[in-house]
Design a protein around this ligand. Structure first.
Ligand code: CP
Ligand code: NVA
Length: 309
């Protein structure tokens, strides 16, 4: 018997499945905007289902978009902070997974340690969704691919440039390059590279990924320029060193000028104007960051229905 449909990482889910989740997300978005016009109720595909959301770290988009998605699909969500659980007093992740599996239909987890996610999924008999770990953020990438394609058509064969930290978002863009067939040009400080095993996996799948220390080389001619915070959750003790290493990777108008004239700027948010991105770029005409944020809601619905539906 096959196990629950977890949404843990893009390298663990077939490209065709990811594409069908995105197709459904696009349909949900269309349906929602039609509903706003006509007053028709949104699809209640998850009526009666309940999702538990465990957030070890803060979240605005992930938490709210999952909660609204469950509500609009006719289900419910319960948000819990780990310090409110017996987990905090030493109950194991495995036992927590077994107990939650008796109450709810799915779990969304945000945690810094990726091993917590895999341990939870190993012992849960219900789907577990990765709501961000220190290693990856696959739900965000689903919304990002949807956003690019909404604005520019199929992403396959296009060039995406990353300038910044080789962090969880960078790792997930690497997975996505293999799954969605675009070229990825990554500029990261040599001291802050993306995870080697993600690169090895993606290149093994035939992905076209170039790694450089030079932001100009990565961005030149790109269809989309992406960056993320210099200090991710859990790295608050490294602020000074990271700012120094990452300052040359800031996405400003000078760097954007090297990309194609119609290149998009993307950022998963939260953003830090004047650090990883200038205000002129993120508040300028090429940024699609608010569409990315909105598309989290539609993409979450696609993911939830695939996992729980
Ligand atoms: N982009 C993203 O995941 O944002 P939150 O941390 O607000 O969930
Ligand atoms: N890299 C960031 C992403 C936040 C959504 C972090 O992990 O804090």
């Amino acid at each position: 018997m096959s196990g629950p449909r977890h949404f843990l990482d893009l390298d663990q889910i077939e490209g065709a499945t990811l594409r069908s989740i995105l197709d459904r997300a696009v349909a949900f978005k269309r349906e929602r905007s039609a509903g706003e016009r006509t007053g028709a109720p949104h699809s209640r595909r998850l009526a009666g289902k309940v999702v538990a959301m465990l957030f070890e770290r803060p979240s605005t988009r992930t938490r709210l978009s999952f909660a609204v998605a469950m509500h609009e699909l006719g289900g419910a969500s319960i948000v819990v902070r780990p310090e409110e659980l017996q987990l905090f007093r030493g109950e194991s992740i495995a036992d927590t997974a077994r107990v939650l599996s008796r109450y709810v239909d799915g779990i969304v987890l945000r945690t810094v340690r990726a091993s917590t996610l895999t341990e939870l999924a190993r012992h849960a008999s219900i789907p577990v969704i990765n709501g961000l770990t220190g290693r990856t953020h696959p739900c965000q990438l689903m919304a990002d691919i949807m956003t690019f394609e909404e604005a520019r058509g199929p992403i396959a064969g296009r060039v995406v440039a990353w300038s910044g930290d080789g962090n969880n978002m960078a790792n997930t863009w690497i997975h996505a390059a293999a799954r969605f067939g675009f070229s990825l040009r990554m500029a990261c400080p040599p001291a802050l590279p993306p995870a080697a095993e993600c690169l090895v996996w993606a290149r093994g799948q035939g992905a076209d990924i170039a790694l450089t220390a030079d932001p100009a080389a990565a961005v030149r001619g790109a269809d989309c320029v992406v960056t993320d915070a210099w200090v991710s959750m859990g790295q608050e003790g490294e602020v000074g060193a990271r700012h120094e290493l990452l300052a040359p990777y800031r996405v400003d108008e000078r760097l954007m000028a090297l990309a194609k004239p119609d290149a998009l700027f993307m950022h998963c948010l939260p953003a830090h104007r004047g650090e990883e991105v200038s205000a002129a770029v993120i508040d300028g005409p090429r940024a699609v960051v608010w569409d990315e944020a909105e598309n989290r809601l539609h993409a979450q619905k696609g993911i939830l229905v695939w996992c729980l539906g």
